[in-house]
Design a protein around this ligand. Structure first.
Ligand SMILES: *[C@@H]1O[C@H](CO)[C@@H](O)[C@H](O)[C@H]1NC(C)=O
Ligand SMILES: *[C@@H]1O[C@H](CO)[C@@H](O)[C@H](O)[C@H]1NC(C)=O
Length: 402
């Protein structure tokens, strides 16, 4: 999105200039309103009128009395002149702001004030805002946790450097106990009882909220990370240009797909062979373009797409792994498994036990049943959506692939 020149000028002018203009505008505000500030539009801001008396004019005057009035006037005149010349804006005679290139719904704002994206950076309550952050972590890792898994998570977090923002999604309501770990104080804790990883991800990891992070790890709590280092992992991801990836799974840890099994040779792999007939197309899941949902890592761009694909009500995310490829242009090249950094899937029953015991069945049975149902529902929705799209476009759909 191009930065419109009007705000650009304002932002690029140096600090002094901005102070001058602000101070000046404050002092003579009443004087010039409606005369020579046609686009300032202060009335549009719905400021409570009680705000203005609270501005300490004496202070402002003290601060700026040393600046010659002529200089202030020249600065203001030049600023105004540049504004009216700026292109990219329709010149209108009224004072209404309307910027079509702003985010949807924010058109009434001058673009210079619009912050369409955010982050999870913790800030101080004092000092200067631009000095708040010693480092701005470039990566994000989330774990969906219950307190019972604290030792495992403590071990996992240590494999992620200071370059990571750590977010814990708590499904058991126990958050303060985690403060026994030093790192917990710089982590973000989000708590909602008996909710799943994908429920949290949909609600709290909107692409605009996590836009500052190059890579996003959305991980389960039962992963053994003894042979894993996050920085080294990302080196491989960058080197092999993976948009969606996961670390290889230790083959001894129970059932896994061939694709996500860790291999001894090579740095990453992007394809596998499954049992006869499982992969009619070797470029499609589960033989390629495929990672599982327990420990995925997304690039910023891939996550922006995947977030949109997550359904609000299909909280277990089953079937998502088979559909991830729809978010990448050449999935059999951009989705892969990193072999040099690998993990162990410990398959600890966790959220499954948070189910409800019904009709003499164990809690996990109902959860498992829902998982399977969701898988079917997700596949149906995807198939229907694709069919509707191709119909609307008046073109024949490609052969069904799932
Ligand atoms: C106005 O534009 C002139 C030249 O285009 C530039 O030198 C000057 O710094 C601008 N003033 C402001 C306040 O942006
Ligand atoms: C964090 O990122 C910086 C910049 O990419 C890098 O130089 C540094 O080695 C990273 N820190 C760790 C602990 O890897």
């Amino acid at each position: 999105m191009g930065t419109p020149t009007r705000s650009g000028n304002l932002r690029n002018s140096n600090e002094t200039m901005r102070l001058i203009v602000t101070g000046f505008a404050g002092v003579v505000f009443g004087f010039f309103l409606g005369v020579s500030f046609p686009t300032l539009s202060l009335t549009k801001m719905n400021l409570p009128s009680s705000l203005f008396p609270s501005i300490d004019l004496t202070y402002i005057e003290d601060k700026y009395s040393k600046i010659p009035t002529k200089a202030i006037w020249d600065a203001w005149a030049s600023f105004r002149g540049n504004r009216s010349m700026s292109n990219g804006f329709q010149k209108t005679s009224d004072t209404k702001i309307w910027v079509p290139t702003n985010p949807l719904g924010a058109e009434r704002l001058p673009p210079g004030i619009v912050k369409a994206e955010s982050d999870f950076y913790l800030r101080r309550l004092w000092g200067l805002p631009h000095e708040d952050l010693i480092i701005k972590p470039k990566y994000l890792v989330t774990f969906t946790v219950g307190y019972d898994q604290k030792d495992n998570i403590n071990a996992a977090v240590k494999k992620f450097s200071q370059n990571f923002t750590i977010v814990l999604f708590h499904y058991d309501g126990r958050t303060s106990e985690w403060d026994q770990f030093e790192w917990s104080k710089r982590a973000i804790h989000i708590s909602a009882r008996k909710q799943t990883k994908w429920w949290f991800a949909k609600r709290f990891l909107h692409p605009d909220i996590v836009a500052h992070y190059d890579y996003i790890f959305i991980w389960d709590e039962d992963l053994g990370v003894e042979h894993f280092d996050a920085e080294e992992y990302l080196k491989m991801v960058r080197k092999h240009k993976l948009e969606i990836s996961q670390p290889g799974l230790d083959p001894s840890s129970g059932f896994t797909w061939q694709m996500t099994k860790r291999r001894d040779s090579g740095e990453v792999h992007k394809e596998a062979e499954e049992r006869n007939g499982w992969c009619p197309d070797p470029h499609l899941p589960p033989c390629a373009a495929f990672v599982e949902i327990m420990a995925p890592v997304f690039s910023r761009d891939a996550w922006r797409c995947v977030w949109h694909m997550i359904q609000n009500d299909l909280v277990h995310g089953w079937g998502l792994d088979f559909a991830l490829r729809k978010c990448v242009a050449t999935p059999h090249e951009k989705i892969g498994v990193v072999d040099t950094q690998w993990i162990v899937h410990q398959s600890v029953p966790s959220l499954g036990n948070q189910g409800q015991a019904e009709g003499g069945r164990a809690p996990w049975e109902g959860v498992r049943e829902r998982c399977n149902k969701e898988w079917t529902m997700f596949q149906d929705r995807m198939a229907n959506a694709e069919r509707a799209y191709f119909q609307a476009m008046g073109i024949a759909p490609p052969n069904p692939t799932n």
